[in-house]
Design a protein. Structure first.
Lengths: 314, 343
């Protein structure tokens, strides 16, 4: 009750103030930024606008980078006006890191996930994913060796003649693919418990290039069917939307794009990095008057730093 | 609770009547003069600014008044930003209570969410730079039995005053110092973890309690919103918020035309003016239309999860059921709808 009346009074004061000065004038004595004096304000935007002329970055990556420099494993290309209703591009990319910073069209470049594998014991996943529209980004287009020849794919070399089919699963030194697996005798996945051919099909290297340990052939586009066989718990979480990532509609039953395992994990290096480190976006600007952020640096590396903690902080 | 709102609503509505009468009494002539002054230029902005002075708080507007307010804003923004801007006014969806969960183990501190949010929600880009999400870097430390038994340091100059665990020689566990301005070459770093904070959409929001004009309030879907037109800029809410979630427009926001997101909501990302407070609204312009928030969609590691707490199949509910979950400063009884979890 009291508050209601108070708001009325405030309104009236504001109204009078507004009618007189035709604008709100706030006292700006805060610790941040006092309004710049008028003339400076006139020049600054023009200058800054020039300095900040947005250079539109059109090539960006989503999550996964290669181990070494090179083409990203989750590349997206910005296309203008894909969402015509708002004049949005499909994505906006970071100028500093090349990472995706914003999704206009969450289903850009996707295809149906296909038959979602159903768990034998469906008790813990009540969600009926069969009814949900699920799409993924096909992995094949992102691979390097796969696209050396658009028709033969891996079979360009792995046709049984140029490179003979392997005789057994025993680890051996390889004559190629050092860029993918640096040392085939030390595969950085599974602590030496398995090898290439526990995941890669021995003979077929075209459409179903992957294979699980029950002999089911799997496409590069559905790695979850492979990874899920060994990483059951994570796979269940992934199915529930807890592990990994989905974008689009949050509504149960709504259309979603799912990230498959290899969009985040490099299957050949998970032991080095579960997730390949990336560059961070720029830090926020320091508040006015703060020269640097040294006050928040840690002072406990046994270096007996006696400088006082920054007064301006926090 | 709802009854209280209704009642005060009535009161306020009648209060509006009084305001009208007061205005009448002030003399139509004087008013007309002022109006003429303001609408002298044929500027859509001036006109709508004038109309906005007579606008009620969003909560108390009739559907008709809301429509007018929206139409007014759409015209003004479209002219100002040189593109077709839509202002949505849709109310909370039925049987929806929004919840958010963040996997603190997965977060790598890349700050993509920060900028996704800025792009989506039309924040001021520079002078003053406004960001609704803060990512705080925290250092991991070890508990070493040797250090524990050392006792207090010999010198008073030792800088380790406040710490969590450990002893006076060495901080252990988590040091209390959070770092906002970290900028390493690559993230994640070995000895750090990252702690993003933003509006927690509390069930009992301290900011709402202190607002003297009741322009910030909690909608039935759990989103704490602000009617910017009624914000008087007193910043009491900023002082009251235990989570450092609210930001103030010290100057006119700097929002370049080409970067302006034309999909807006009245209570969310429509362009703000100088002197008002703003904060995260779970991307109300998206979430009320069924779309994930911008920060969820952009997180490269999938640490951010969003959904309907009333839906047992939603990922947030599944997380509450299956993971170890905590809320920030739970002891304050603010009941955040933003959960942190670990696997």
């Amino acid at each position: 009750m009291k508050r209601g009346r108070f708001s009325k009074i405030v309104f009236i004061i504001l109204l009078l103030g507004g009618a007189i000065s035709a604008g709100i004038v706030y006292s700006q004595q805060g610790e941040q930024i006092p309004a710049p004096p008028e003339p400076a304000k006139e020049e600054k935007p023009a200058e800054e606008a020039k300095a900040q002329t947005p250079q539109i970055v059109t090539d960006c990556f989503e999550s996964r980078l290669p181990q070494e420099d090179g083409k990203s494993y989750t590349k997206v290309t910005r296309v203008e006006n894909t969402v015509q209703q708002y004049g949005w591009p499909n994505v906006k990319c970071s100028q500093t890191t090349g990472g995706v910073l914003w999704w206009g069209d969450p289903f850009d470049g996707t295809a149906p996930m296909g038959d979602m594998p159903v768990l034998a014991n469906d008790d813990y996943s009540k969600g009926d994913y069969a009814k949900e529209e699920a799409v993924v980004k096909p992995r094949q287009s992102q691979l390097m060796y796969f696209n050396l020849d658009p028709n033969k794919n891996c079979a360009l070399c792995h046709d049984g003649k140029i490179v003979p089919f392997p005789k057994d699963k025993k680890p051996r030194k390889l004559a190629a693919h050092q860029d993918v697996v640096a040392d085939s005798m030390q595969l950085m996945h599974g602590r030496a418990a398995f090898w290439c051919l526990d995941c890669h099909n021995h003979t077929s290297r075209k459409t179903n290039a992957l294979i699980d340990h029950w002999g089911n052939e799997i496409s590069f586009n559905q790695p979850q069917k492979l990874c899920g066989k060994c990483h059951g718990e994570v796979y269940i979480d992934w199915r529930l939307g807890i592990h990994g990532k989905r974008i689009g509609s949050w509504v149960s039953g709504g259309k979603k794009r799912w990230w498959v395992c290899t969009e985040c994990h490099n299957p050949h290096t998970v032991q080095v990095n579960r997730f390949q480190p990336i560059k961070p976006e720029t830090a926020p600007v320091l508040p006015k008057g703060m020269k640097n952020a040294n006050h928040e640096q840690s002072q406990h590396d046994d270096g007996h730093d006696t400088t006082p903690k920054g007064a301006a902080g926090h | 609770m709802s009854e209280e709102i209704k009642e005060t609503g009535k009161e306020d509505a009648s209060g509006n009547e009084t305001r009208r009468n007061f205005l009448k009494d002030m003399g139509t002539a004087a008013l007309a003069g002022a109006a003429a002054l303001m609408t002298d230029s044929d500027d859509a902005e001036a006109k709508s600014t004038w109309a906005e002075w007579f606008q009620k708080n969003w909560r108390l507007m009739t559907d008709e008044e809301k429509k007018d307010a929206i139409a007014r804003l759409e015209t003004r923004y479209s002219e100002e930003y040189g593109k077709k801007v839509t202002v949505d006014g849709s109310p909370a969806m039925k049987s929806v209570l929004f919840g958010y969960a963040l996997n603190i183990q997965k977060c790598i501190g890349c700050r993509r969410c920060v900028y996704a949010c800025v792009k989506e929600n039309n924040q001021s880009r520079h002078d003053t730079e406004i960001q609704w999400i803060r990512v705080i870097r925290m250092e991991k430390q070890n508990f070493l039995p040797d250090d524990m038994n050392k006792g207090y340091p010999p010198s008073a100059k030792e800088p380790f005053g406040i710490q969590v665990g450990g002893n006076a020689h060495k901080p252990a566990g988590v040091t209390l110092e959070g770092q906002h301005y970290y900028q390493p070459e690559l993230v994640p770093e070995k000895d750090a973890f990252y702690f993003p904070i933003q509006c927690m959409q509390c069930e009992k929001p301290p900011c709402v309690k202190v607002c003297p004009v009741r322009t910030t309030y909690r909608d039935p879907d759990g989103i704490v919103v602000i009617d910017y037109n009624w914000c008087i800029g007193c910043r009491m809410c900023m002082a009251a918020c235990p989570y450092w979630a609210r930001r103030f427009n010290w100057g006119d926001p700097n929002l370049p035309k080409e970067e302006m997101n034309p999909n807006t909501h009245y209570l969310g990302n429509r362009p703000r003016m100088r002197g008002v407070v703003e904060k995260c609204t779970f991307c109300i312009q998206r979430s009320r239309k069924g779309r994930y928030t911008a920060c969820v969609e952009v997180c490269p590691v999938g640490a951010r999860k969003f959904g309907n707490l009333f839906d047992p199949n939603s990922e947030v509910r599944q997380i509450l059921e299956r993971k170890k979950v905590f809320r920030l400063k739970a002891e304050l009884n603010t009941y955040p709808k933003f959960f942190y979890f670990i696997d």
